[in-house]
Structures are given as C-alpha cells and as structure tokens.
Design a binder for this molecule. Structure first.
Ligand SMILES: CC(=O)SCCNC(=O)CCNC(=O)[C@H](O)C(C)(C)COP(=O)(O)OP(=O)(O)OC[C@H]1O[C@@H](n2cnc3c(N)ncnc32)[C@H](O)[C@@H]1OP(=O)(O)O
Ligand SMILES: O=C([O-])CC(=O)C(=O)O
Length: 397
C-alpha cells in the first residue's frame, strides 16, 4: 500500500451508531480493510468472481484443485501445473500420529467437529519444520499442507466418534473423492464426488467475511499461519456465518414435510426470529452460489431418490421470496448446501467443517496477500464507563 497517508472522510452506506466519541460503523458494514485481487462480489446483482473469473464458469468447468491453484497462485493452471499441484496436495495427505491422537480423542468426548478442527490445526502448527520462516513460499506450503490436512482430521474424527477404524487417505483420488473415501471407507460414486467438489469450489473464498477478517486480524500481529487459520475456523463456526448450513438443515428436519414449510416459516417470522440460510451482509440479491448449488441439490435428490428435503426447501424459498425478498433478504449458499451433505449421509455437525476444508484456501490467500500490505489491526472503542473510581479495599466492599 502507498506510504502516503492522506486524511480522508470515510463515508459508509452501512448502519451507523452515534456514540459520545463519534460515529461507530456498526459491524464494520462496508468498511474497506484491504485491497485484494482474490475475489470480488457485486452484492446488488448477485455476482461473484474469483481472480476475475465468474463463479458460474468455474463451477461448470473446474475442479476444486484447479480453483485452489487459481486462488493461491493467481492464475488458472495449465495441465502440467495442475498435475504437479495435485501431486503436491497428495504428498501432504498424512498427519503426525500426535495430531491423529488429538482429533480422535476429541471424537470420543463428542466435541463439535469445529472445535476439533481448531485444536487439530493448532496441533499441526506444533509440527511445523521451520516456524520462524515467515516467507510467502513457506506460507504457501503451509496453506497447501493445511488444505490436505483438514479433510483427514474431519474423517478421522467422524470415524473415532462412531467407534470405527480409521481409513487412511489415498493419494490416487481427487481431493473430494479422498474425503468421502476416508469418511465412509469405500470409493465414492461420481455423483457424490461431484457434490463435494462443487461445494468446495463454491466455498473457497468470499472476499472479507467475519472469518477471513478474524484470520487477517490474527496475521496482522505477525502470528503464524496455523494460529490465523484457527481464528478463521473459530469464527466460521457461528450460526450467523458458516454454522448456518447446519442450522438450516436442522430447520428442514424440524419442518419434516413440504406442507409444514409455510406455517413453520410464517410462525418463525411472526415471532421475530431469523430463518437460517437467508440474508447476507453483502448480497441484496439471490446468492449466485446458492443458485448454482440449488441445481446440484435437485439433481442429487433425483439420483438418490429422495426429493423430500429439496421440496421442503423449495416451499421455504417460496415464502422467503414472498415475505423477505422485499427487504432484500434472499436464500444464501447455506440454504441449499446442507441438503446435499445430508443426502450423502454426512451428519450435520460436519457441514461447517466441510466449508472450512474449502475456505482454508481463501483464508490463507488473504493472509498471505495482507502480509504484503501489512499494518496491525487495532481499532478503538468508545469508553462509556466512569473514570477515577475511588478504590475500596476488599474488606470494606
Ligand atoms: C456463508 C455465510 O456466512 S452466509 C450467511 C449465513 N447466515 C445465515 O444464514 C443466518 C441468517 N441470516 C442472518 O442472520 C443475517 O442475514 C446475516 C447475519 C447473514 C446478515 O445480517 P446483517 O447484514 O447484519 O443484517 P441485520 O442483522 O442488520 O438485519 C437486517 C434486517 O433483516 C432482518 N433479517 C436479516 N436476516 C434475516 C433472516 N435470516 N431472517 C429474518 N430476518 C432477517 C433483521 O431482523 C433486520 O430486520 P430489521 O431491520 O427489521 O431489524
Ligand atoms: O460473505 C459473507 O459475509 C459470508 C459468506 O457468504 C461467506 O463467507 O461465504
């Protein structure tokens, strides 16, 4: 970033709270924190680009591995570059036994897998061969290592929590297929692999949501990449962010049948509650990822011979378009994504970890990019309490 520091008046279209110290831009809405060439969102028209490519085209023609390369290196790979990248990812398909121990032990106490992922990433950081190397090359290597490690951690946790033997990763399978293989112990069919692969492509980056910002805040202190990614995972877990995919599926399970969708949603809205998988800070139109994934969910439901969840979501969507779209609230990616995971037989507590398995690429790319334009994040708060309160010794209080 330019060394020249100019005094500027910041204007925002976001919500502003007047405080005694001045205006507070509530939830940092529309506040710019960095420049980026990784992804861009047109929230008004519902368009998303990765490195300038429309998400629609990447979703149609590219695999997770290709898009991960694009996000990390800034260009689409040629065949040789892609093969080398796939081989590199596969070469990292292993975990130190101590990290396996952390995730499988936590599997036995039934911890939420997102907590396990935080612990697993921190544990993996303890095994970094060269922790004092903060170069871009070292961080790229860590990003690729983490991308390979997260699915192994989650599959190991899933199996340990159910008393099943671990299934070691295979190097000859794609990233998506290897994940399903490690989860269920058999090679997945093409339809199931495609469902995971597309999910990973659509979640890989999204400019600066809360989790990416948490990663940036962490890396701005010059902490290590593992710690910064753990901060991203911790932040993604919440139901207002990545945790909404799990929450949305729980809603559909509660609704149970398509005819119950409308009364359920109308009651929920009448009570002033939020419908999970709906609304977005940036999109004031239909989330383009949701539009793409909705189609996959329909096809997968047909292939699996179970249309119930698609039909329930379709009924919920009708009410959303009728009652919430006038407030610019539309289905987001989490509205549809859980249904595909459900149809694949994945328990709902793993939906957000699968989101993290993809977003680890975007978090890493943003952290690496930010280190080039670095400045410590340190905002201020407006103190509204008293000052110089007379101190009372403990036995006089
Ligand atoms: C991958 C992702 O992270 S995508 C987001 C996933 N999260 C969800 O699906 C959770 C449900 N959605 C929400 O809670 C919100 O839409 C958020 C958190 C995603 C974005 O919210 P914000 O930009 O902060 O909007 P804010 O909270 O100011 O809400 C604006 C108005 O819309 C309403 N609103 C927002 N989302 C919803 C919703 N899902 N259902 C009902 N009403 C909603 C709010 O109640 C508020 O109404 P009001 O102005 O009458 O008080
Ligand atoms: O952009 C956001 O605020 C949330 C989101 O959709 C994402 O992280 O994919």
């Amino acid at each position: 970033m330019s060394e020249e520091v100019k005094e500027v008046k910041i204007e925002t279209s976001g919500k502003v709270i007047q405080s005694p110290c001045g205006p507070i831009i509530h939830g940092l809405e529309d506040v710019l924190v960095k420049t980026t060439t990784i992804s861009d969102i047109d929230g008004k028209n519902g368009i998303l680009w990765y490195r300038g490519y429309r998400i629609d085209e990447l979703a149609k023609y590219s695999t997770f591995e290709e898009v991960a390369y694009l996000i990390l290196y800034g260009k689409l790979p040629n065949r040789k570059e892609l093969e080398d990248f796939k081989a590199l990812l596969a070469s990292y398909r292993d975990l130190p036994s101590e990290v396996y121990s952390v995730v499988t032990t936590l599997g036995k106490v039934k911890a939420h897998p997102m907590l396990v992922l935080e612990a697993g990433v921190a544990a993996l950081g303890a095994f970094d061969e060269n922790p004092n190397d903060y170069s871009k090359e070292a961080n790229l290597r860590r990003a690729i290592k983490l991308t390979s490690a997260l699915p192994i951690m989650m599959a190991a946790h899933y199996r340990a929590s159910r008393g099943l033997d671990l299934v070691k990763p295979r190097k000859d399978l794609s990233h998506a297929a290897n994940f399903l293989y490690m989860m269920f112990g058999k090679e997945p069919d093409e339809t199931s692999t495609k469902a995971i692969d597309l999910y990973l492509v659509l979640h890989i980056d999204h400019e600066v949501p809360a989790s990416t910002f948490a990663t940036l805040v962490a890396i701005s202190t010059w902490t290590d990449l593992y710690s910064a990614i753990a901060a991203g995972i911790a932040t993604l877990k919440g139901p207002l962010h990545g945790g909404a995919n799990e929450a949305a599926m729980k809603q559909y399970l509660e609704i149970g049948k398509p005819e119950s969708a409308r009364p359920y949603v109308e009651k929920l809205l009448a009570e002033g509650k939020r419908l999970m998988g709906v609304g977005h800070r940036v999109y004031k139109a239909y989330d383009p990822r949701a539009r793409i994934y909705k189609e996959l969910v329909k096809q997968l439901s047909e292939a699996k011979g179970d249309m119930t969840w698609y039909r329930i979501a379709e009924e919920v969507e009708k009410v959303v378009l009728e009652k919430l779209a006038p407030k610019k609230l539309y289905p987001n990616i989490d509205f549809w994504s859980g249904i595909a995971m459900y149809l694949l037989g994945i328990p709902y507590e793993y939906y957000t970890p699968i989101f993290a398995m993809s977003r680890v690429v975007g978090w890493s790319a943003h952290a690496i990019e930010y280190l080039d334009q670095h400045r410590l994040f340190r905002p201020r708060a407006c103190y509204t309490g008293p000052h110089d309160v007379p101190y009372i010794p403990i036995d006089k209080r």
